[in-house]
Ligand binder design. Structure first.
Ligand code: CO8
Length: 260
């Protein structure tokens, strides 16, 4: 499938989804969100893909936010629809069976920071800048930012980031837990692909079910979440991968997982 605003490449079992509107710093309009939605749907059904990396085209931006020019003409109900579209697409990313790594290669602002937060793991280049500048435009984060940020960093930081509209460098973002790693810009993709390969080498069913258990457990109280974990633990024991992984360890061999 070919798209106007995104690129999708696959290298063995790793897919790289690139937001490709560098002239507007990869800002998200409705068409771009719909294309991401289609690509994510396709990736979620692709058993050959074990890990997904999301990044931005060019060397300046991951995604500089929702497209401000596109938003200018929106009427209230259209703005609501646009917000719901972004939320739906980002939730689809969060709930993809495969792990998703955000390779934050530059500005990740507003909708861009929200896109990164919908990914499972965030790695930033040392040139990246992150923030939620919406209130400086007289609007609020509308693609999940008021919710995911408060769940990811502590409440005080979430409120400061949203209320000040300040931009933060990658080191600060790492210190507060908004990104996991900061790496030199020219090593960002290599670093993310290395991590993706390590994840892809693990038991694929176990990787997917542990992602699911973490996500689903967050919506439950601890007792129910622990019971859910035990159920999923039992399910994993029905897989060939479990037999392969455990016998390979005991026989001092490298496991050859089949994702079954
Ligand atoms: N939307 C549209 N165009 C953009 C955006 C954007 N978010 N960001 C940058 N661009 C465009 C610029 O207009 C410029 O275009 P042109 O060359 O035609 O003038 C081009 O990209 C390059 O940008 P700059 O010249 O501004 O580059 P600088 O290096 O000087 O500055 C910045 C980079 C600091 C990133 C600056 O571009 C900036 O502040 N951008 C806006 C950042 C922002 O406010 N993002 C948040 C947007 S709001 C949002 O994301 C809400 C999400 C929820 C929506 C809910 C639905 C209603």
């Amino acid at each position: 499938m070919s798209w106007n605003n995104i690129l999708l490449e696959k290298e063995e079992n790793i897919a790289v989804l690139t937001i490709n509107r560098p002239k507007v710093l990869n800002a998200l309009n409705a068409e771009t969100l719909r294309e991401i939605d289609e690509a994510v749907e396709q990736l979620g059904n692709d058993e050959g893909v074990r890990v997904i990396i999301i990044t931005g085209a060019g060397d300046k931006a991951f995604v500089a936010g929702a497209d401000i020019a596109f938003m200018q003409a929106l009427k209230p109900l259209e703005a609501r629809k646009f917000s719901r579209l972004g939320q739906k697409v980002f939730s689809k990313i969060e709930n993809l069976p495969q792990p998703v790594i955000a390779a934050i290669n530059g500005f990740a602002l507003g909708g861009g920071c929200e896109l990164a937060m919908a990914c499972d793991i965030r790695v930033a280049s040392d040139k990246a800048k992150l923030g939620q500048p919406e209130v400086s435009l007289g609007i609020i984060p509308g693609f999940g930012g008021t919710q995911r940020l408060a769940r990811l960093v502590n409440l005080g930081w979430a409120k400061e980031i949203i209320l000040t509209a300040d931009m933060y460098d990658a080191e600060t973002a790492q210190r507060i837990g908004l990104v996991n790693h900061v790496v030199p810009a020219d090593q960002l993709m290599e670093f993310c692909k290395g991590m993706a390969k390590r994840i892809a080498s693990r038991g694929p069913v176990a990787v997917q079910l542990s992602k699911e258990a973490v996500n689903e457990g967050l919506e439950m109280d601890l007792e129910k979440a622990l019971a859910h974990e035990a159920d999923v633990f039992g399910v994993v024991f029905a897989t060939e991968d479990r037999e392969e992984g455990i016998s390979a360890f005991l026989n001092k061999k490298k496991p050859e997982f089949k994702g079954k």
